[in-house]
Design a protein around this ligand. Sequence first.
Ligand code: CA2
Length: 139
Amino acid sequence: MKKILILNGPNLNLLGTREPGIYGSQSMEECLTTLRASFPEVTIDYYQSNCEGKLIDRIQQTIHDNSAGIVFNAGAYTHTSIALLDAIRSIEIPVVEVHLSNVHHREDFRHKSIISSACKGVIAGFGMKSYHLGVLALL
Ligand code: CA2
């Protein structure tokens, strides 16, 4: 069975608890339940960390765990992290960058993504459906 990793960066553990106006009111657990029901033919792994190094470790782990692709919301590290850019470049499987919010409707500092150039494509602005579209894009 095809295995896809949903990878979330800093503060995304708070989904469903704060800032519903920007990020919606659904928790990530609810989103994963919907995703797994929508794609029964896919094994959907999930990992979240607030630490840049742990995200890099998890990206590198996909080299050994037979993952077919990553749907990656790097949170605010999207706009700052050359280390995550290098990690994405170091693996061969496709990575789809996703964002819940439309970052281009927001502050200027969110308009620039450091990681996009290493990703297969970018999906932003569709709330939790961004993850669904990310999995579809990989498939
Ligand atoms: O829109 C997105 O998905 C972002 O990646 C979310 C990041 C933000 O820094 C990016 O510019 C765009 C922030 C994630 C914070 O997540 C929270 C979730 C619920 C409550 C508070 C924060």
